[in-house]
Write a protein that binds this ligand. Structure first.
Ligand code: ADP
Ligand code: ZN
Ligand code: ZN
Length: 732
């Protein structure tokens, strides 16, 4: 009698929405969540994750290959995370193997052992600290290395040392021999401070919020709505404190840009516990180490960005998602999940409460409050003594601006500087000017690879495309008519900085945008200078707005609020409102009253009415009514099929085929639109198009998508274009 063959199902890193079957290794069936090495295709071996076992396969046993090796004794991904990933792969209709890969730290995607060893570093010893640097004058390399290590308590890795000198190894040898430097492992968990800061006494609204969250022992979603500075973070900290006291772990998600050293310090100095910080700026080693510490239960708090939502936490007790409305929670390529939505699903599956916090909650979340699905908690006042800033609109139709700065704004800046306070100006456009233009024939410098104009960067004397990165010199003559009178049209941060410097020659101006903060640490040092009072005016993009506390900023100017007022995207109004509230939140955070000035050519736009009243709920209620009438989310569910091809028309042609294949799928309760060119049809030399599918209910949409994708994957035309499906797309 032959035994029933056992089959091991493995999620392999391949763009296929299914698992692969293998025969078990002689050591027995590996458990789900364990990494295995398996053959894939001809002569290739890959690392995959076991998802389960079965007794039968659709592939004849004789053709099945065996698992080559088992990499983990214990499942690297525990059942809770495996369940979540399986759900996510299904919901986003994304290949399970790629979903599993994106949940693992890079270091653990291959066959490296899962040991929580930190990066190997060289660190200064006590003897090294005592060295008189003058004695090293004749060995400058050693001197440089030693003084770098003096500043870096955590030690430096080989990669980091190379940046100090390509020949660092020679110098290091001597330093180690002298006993001044030693090798060790860098601890990836933020060190626990010796003295902890006592928490402030909560105000009544905060206390109510904390009480409500802690009263919930099971899954429940809380929407914590409070303006910037109203004390939301304080509510998180108190709730976390109580969860920690019961021996459980907390997962805290924040937008990438908000995960600053100050935020980490604020958490650290409150709790005497190990915190794993997970974000994209870490080395692979640090990331793996923090992830494994969380999985081992060693880190009591995980503070991380989007992908930290998949971190294994054996004793999860609470999830917090700060700035829940923030666009960066949505991954924009590959596995296009929403970190916030996955977090809510995780809380539900794990039976724990989740707090979504925001000054400007997403309409999706507010709708769940209206329906009674989410509990609404509000912090109506700013914590401490701060008052809300006064907000004024500047009607630009009547005010002749000087280089985009109207007189009232210039005057307010002058007064602010005279009071020795700081002013902050926003403009969502970096570079000098968005257009390089010929006044004689109307030529506008185009990007040769995109349907877009090139931006002038004057300091570096380049024209750059902000969509594909293409760049080139600035032509002096018009290529169309030969005119020599080419000039810059419109304003970017670089131009405004220059104008301010001319208007306020004494002022110390700091510009913050992607151009000025490319170097690692430069953003932080710029912010540190502002906080230390070494700057009078800050000018920058949205980068400036998030999560940073500058107590001496009392004036906020929005230079151009009109981008987005009349956009085709139905979410543009919501985003604009959120941005302005966010930006306004920077003014007058401490005891000094703040003022916000907004320049607009459309002061009568309805959005500004609600904004002036400071009534986000009113705005949201109105916007939700509009969405209901138009049948947009959250009153419907969307999926967007995107395609791009190198030849013109290729993407549209493929989507035309997709449209006709849709006729063969279950289409009840669905609206399937016609394929259209993307808003920017040509980008980086590729032609792009999209097709929208919409339904009032989720179930029919997903049933349709499942069948539709199977047909698309089989279609031969599908191999000629790049295509992807975006479930719950963030922009259309
Ligand atoms: P948010 O997260 O909503 O922006 P924070 O929690 O950061 O607000 O609070 C803003 C500021 O007010 C912080 O400096 C914080 O320490 C302080 N703060 C918060 N709650 C209180 C309170 N109850 N009493 C005094 N100060 C508070
Ligand atoms: Zn011309
Ligand atoms: Zn381009």
């Amino acid at each position: 009698m032959s035994e029933t063959p056992r089959i091991v199902q493995v999620a392999v890193p391949a763009p296929l929405r299914r698992t692969f079957d293998y025969l078990p290794p002689s050591s027995g069936d590996p458990r789900p969540g364990v990494r295995v090495r398996v053959p894939l295709g001809r002569g290739r071996a890959v690392v995959g994750v076991v998802t389960g076992t079965a007794t039968a396969s659709s592939v004849p046993t004789a053709r099945l290959k065996a698992v080559l090796g088992v990499l983990d004794e214990e499942p690297l991904l525990p059942p809770e995370v495996m369940d979540l990933l399986t759900w996510a792969a299904d919901y986003y209709h994304h290949p399970i193997g790629e979903v599993m890969q994106s949940a693992l730290p890079v270091r653990l995607r291959g066959d490296r052992p899962a040991s929580a060893a930190g990066d190997s570093v060289w660190a200064i010893t006590a003897a090294g600290r005592a060295v008189n640097e003058a004695s090293l004058n004749r060995t400058p390399l050693r001197l440089r290395l030693l003084s770098a290590l003096k500043k870096e308590e955590q030690g430096l890795t080989a990669d980091e040392l190379v940046r100090i000198s390509a020949r660092w190894q020679a110098g290091m040898k001597a330093l180690v021999a002298a006993g001044w430097v030693a090798r060790r492992e860098r601890d990836c968990l933020a060190p626990v401070p010796r003295t902890l800061l006592p928490p402030p006494a909560l105000n009544a609204a905060q206390a109510d919020a904390v009480r409500a969250v802690l009263a919930s022992r099971a899954f429940r979603v809380f929407l914590l709505h409070g303006v910037t500075g109203s004390g939301k973070t304080e509510v998180y900290l108190r709730a976390i404190e109580a969860v920690l006291a019961t021996g459980r772990q907390t997962l805290v998600l924040v937008p990438e840009i908000a995960l600053t050293p100050q935020l980490v310090d604020r958490f650290r100095s409150r709790f005497g516990v190990a915190i794993a910080v997970l974000h994209s700026g870490l080395s692979d080693g640090e990331r793996a180490c923090g992830w494994l510490s969380a999985r081992a239960g060693k880190a009591a708090i995980v503070l991380g960005t989007r992908s930290a939502v998949f971190t294994p936490l054996p004793r999860l007790g609470l999830i917090v998602v700060d700035e829940e409305h923030d666009g960066s929670y949505k991954q924009q390529d590959g596995f296009r999940y929403s970190g916030r939505d996955v977090a809510v699903m995780r809380a539900r599956r794990s039976g724990v409460p989740i707090v979504l916090g925001s000054a400007t909650p997403s309409l999706e979340s507010l709708y769940q409050v209206q329906r009674g699905r989410y509990a609404y908690l509000s912090l109506p006042d700013r914590a401490g003594a701060a008052n809300p800033p006064a907000l004024d609109l500047l009607d630009m139709r009547r005010l002749a601006p000087d280089e985009s700065l109207s007189r009232p704004l210039r005057q307010a800046i002058g007064e602010c500087l005279a009071r020795r306070e700081q002013a902050m100006l926003f403009l969502n456009r970096r570079g000098f000017a968005p257009v390089w233009f010929c006044p004689d024939c109307g030529w506008l410098a185009p990007c040769s690879r995109c349907d877009a104009r090139l931006t002038l960067h004057r300091a570096s004397a380049r024209l750059r495309c902000h969509h594909c990165g293409a760049e080139g010199p600035v032509p002096k003559h018009c290529p169309a008519c030969g005119s020599e009178r080419l000039r810059a049209l419109g304003e970017g941060t670089e131009r405004v900085e220059g104008a301010l410097q001319r208007m306020f020659p004494e002022a110390r101006i700091v510009r913050i945008d992607r151009d000025t903060t490319r170097r690692k640490g430069s953003l932080e040092s710029a912010f540190a200078r502002v906080r230390a009072g070494e700057a009078d005016i800050l000018v920058g993009t949205q980068m400036l707005a998030k999560g940073h506390d500058f107590p001496n900023v009392t004036l906020v100017g929005v230079i151009n609020a009109d981008q987005g007022l009349y956009s085709v995207d139905f979410r543009a109004g919501e985003r604009l409102f959120q941005q302005i509230v966010q930006v306004s939140g920077r003014a007058g955070r401490a005891e000094k009253p703040g003022r916000v000035l907004i320049q607009t050519y459309h002061p009568d736009h309805g959005l500004f009415g609600a904004l002036r009243l400071g009534d986000y709920r009113q705005f949201a209620d109105d916007a939700l009514l509009e969405r209901r009438e138009a049948g947009y989310p959250p009153f419907s569910f969307l999926a967007l099929l995107r395609a791009e091809s190198s030849s013109p028309g290729g993407a549209l042609k493929f989507l035309g085929l997709a449209r006709s294949l849709a006729e063969r799928c279950p289409r009840a309760e669905l609206e399937i639109m016609d394929p259209v060119p993307s808003p920017m049809e040509r980008r980086a030399g590729r032609h792009r198009a999209q097709l929208l599918v919409q339904s009032r209910r989720r179930a029919p949409l997903h049933a349709f998508l499942r069948e539709w994708l199977s047909l698309l994957e089989e279609a031969r035309e599908a191999r000629r274009v790049r295509w992807s499906l975006d479930v719950d797309p963030a922009d259309l």
